[in-house]
Design a protein around this ligand. Structure first.
Ligand SMILES: NC(=O)c1ccc[n+]([C@@H]2O[C@H](COP(=O)([O-])OP(=O)(O)OC[C@H]3O[C@@H](n4cnc5c(N)ncnc54)[C@H](OP(=O)(O)O)[C@@H]3O)[C@@H](O)[C@H]2O)c1
Length: 270
């Protein structure tokens, strides 16, 4: 590959926008970036930053060294069968879709090709993403390291065996939504109890960030941190009793199993 790796995004939706925005903030990015979408208007916001815009998937793929499928699982069949008939050689494919295996990407492209399977999340947009990656045996370490910088420049990465890529969706890929729900629930109840809205969301979010920092920096496990906040007969203890009586941990586990099961289903469906 040349000095600047040509990286194209097929699909310019939420995730592609988060990834491109992250890459554009990185002055040492090893990539020249391209993008294409069904609706090309979605790509225009990136033109002033030197991003190449393509009006069709085949031209985009022909130009690129690395091709990111930033499309929904149900759009894979159309896009990959389109590329199957193009004369593409020596490309590396990056798939971010829930449930779609590296094997199924190769099958749809009609040949064994290097495929990196990735599960990012949307806090990537804030430079605080969490991304899990794995690759098939045709991806060499150097290429994998280059691809990883797409995500490490906007957050944290972890390497997983492909067999765990569905389960990690429940832990990091989809999980920002769980935290948004908790933030919303706390905000709504605080307002219902008459706390003024001015600065409230900022303070709740600060509490979430601060609590995460406590878990990261303290030597105590989360259950010990919980004990330390719960003075006997105090307010936190009473709140936690309500969570335990209503089995909040079981609800979270159920939601995570539903998430992983859906990834398995998507993999079978598409
Ligand atoms: N959102 C998340 O938090 C998250 C987290 C981790 C992984 N993912 C994965 O990321 C992938 C993309 O998610 P997303 O939220 O970015 O989806 P999205 O916003 O729907 O983006 C997909 C884009 O691709 C376009 N598209 C559809 N068919 C196309 C075609 N044939 N050729 C070119 N472009 C086409 C879509 O256009 P239309 O809108 O017109 O269809 C849309 O702009 C999904 O597979 C998802 O599993 C998402």
């Amino acid at each position: 590959m040349n000095d600047k790796v040509k990286l194209v995004f097929i699909g310019a939706g939420n995730m592609a926008q988060a990834m491109i925005t992250g890459l554009l903030k990185n002055e040492k990015s090893p990539f020249s970036i391209g993008v294409t979408d069904y609706y090309i208007e979605k790509c225009e916001q990136f033109r002033p930053f030197g991003v190449r815009i393509f009006d069709n998937n085949i031209a985009a793929a022909e130009w690129a060294d690395m091709i990111v499928f930033a499309i929904k699982p149900q759009q894979y069949e159309t896009v990959l069968s389109e590329l199957r008939h193009a004369a593409l050689a020596d490309k590396v494919y990056i798939s971010i879709a829930a449930g779609i295996s590296t094997q199924s990407v190769c099958r749809r492209l009609g040949k064994e090709v290097p495929v990196i399977r990735v599960m990012p999340n949307t806090p990537l947009l804030m430079g605080m993403g969490s991304t899990a990656l794995c690759a098939n045996s045709l991806v060499d370490d150097n290429v994998f390291a280059i691809a990883e910088t797409i995500f490490s420049s906007s957050g944290m990465t972890m390497h997983l065996p492909e067999s765990k890529m569905n389960a990690v969706i429940a832990a990091t890929g989809s999980a920002p939504a769980y935290i948004y729900l908790i933030i919303k629930a706390i905000y709504d109840e605080a307002v219902a109890q008459g706390v003024p809205e001015d600065g409230l969301m900022e303070n709740i979010c600060q509490m979430v960030k601060g609590s995460a920092e406590m878990v990261l920096r303290s030597e105590d496990a989360p259950e010990v941190l919980i004990q330390k906040v719960c003075s006997p007969g105090g307010t936190t203890e009473r709140a936690m009793q309500t969570f335990y009586e209503n089995k909040l941990e079981d609800i979270i586990a159920d939601a995570m199993r539903a998430c992983t099961n859906r990834a398995e289903e998507l993999g079978k469906l598409y």
